[in-house]
Ligand binder design. Structure first.
Ligand code: BTN
Length: 226
């Protein structure tokens, strides 16, 4: 694994693309991003003090239906890091990591497919460590607040890299999921409905029970409120 640290770039997910032709697994981290990208075309606040991480990973024969494993692994790496730092992380399906009910980290995954297989994935992780998240209106938290002590972002960055490089399993992902059995509000296109979150399937779909029926839905189809 090649590991590169830079001070600034627009987005580490974009920066790492230059390593695609070499087909070598690579991690790029940055102190700050000027054009951090979030999911659903949103931007991601990337001030100094946070950890901005992208991993480029190549796969031999990972069927596209199993791509959720990539997401689960990234969320587990963040949770391990936050827990080790003294916070109590939990996963908001599919892969936001929360602490005290607020967003501690966001994950953006960009897969490159080759037919039915995932050829490579760019896994982007933004982890709030000491960066000021107050501009986000109380929906986000940083690790200093979540753990109640100060950190050097370098120390957290090293822990995240180490945790990312250790294998993980689906059971570990589930161990950080706390909302199963609770009522959730589901937004599906224009429709909003409520149901009870029952379980997460191995392919990443969430089973939700409403009006006596259970449906398995993917993160691409719905968004959730708790
Ligand atoms: C989200 O919560 O919407 C996902 C945010 C992902 C942010 C990370 S920071 C490192 C990498 N580079 C980016 O531009 N985005 C991801």
């Amino acid at each position: 694994m090649r590991i590169i640290h830079i001070e600034e770039t627009d987005s580490t997910n974009e920066y790492i693309r230059r390593y695609l032709p070499g087909r070598e697994n690579t991690i790029v981290t940055a102190d700050r991003q000027t054009g951090g990208k979030g999911t659903k075309g949103r931007s991601f606040l990337s001030d100094p003090g946070g950890v901005y991480f992208s991993a480029l990973t190549f796969f031999d024969r990972l069927p596209a239906e199993q791509a959720f494993r990539i997401m689960a692994h990234a969320a587990v790496a963040v949770c391990r890091t936050a827990e080790f730092a003294g916070a109590a992380p939990e996963i908001k399906w599919p892969n936001d990591v929360l602490a005290q009910g607020k967003k501690l980290s966001g994950i953006l995954i960009e897969n490159g497919l080759n037919g039915r297989y995932v050829d490579h994935a760019i896994v982007g992780i933004g982890l709030n460590v000491g960066n000021d998240v107050s501009a986000l209106g109380g929906i986000a938290i940083n690790l200093i607040e979540a753990a109640g002590r100060r950190f050097d972002p370098e120390e957290v960055r090293a822990a995240l890299i180490e945790n990312y490089m250790r294998p993980s399993g689906f059971e570990e992902y589930l161990s950080y999921v706390r909302f199963l059995g609770k009522t959730v509000r589901v937004t599906e296109g224009e429709t909003v409905w409520e149901g009870v979150a029952r379980r997460i399937l191995g392919d990443g779909r969430l089973e939700i029970e409403a009006d006596g029926a259970t449906r398995a839905l993917s993160a691409a189809e719905i968004s959730l409120r708790f």
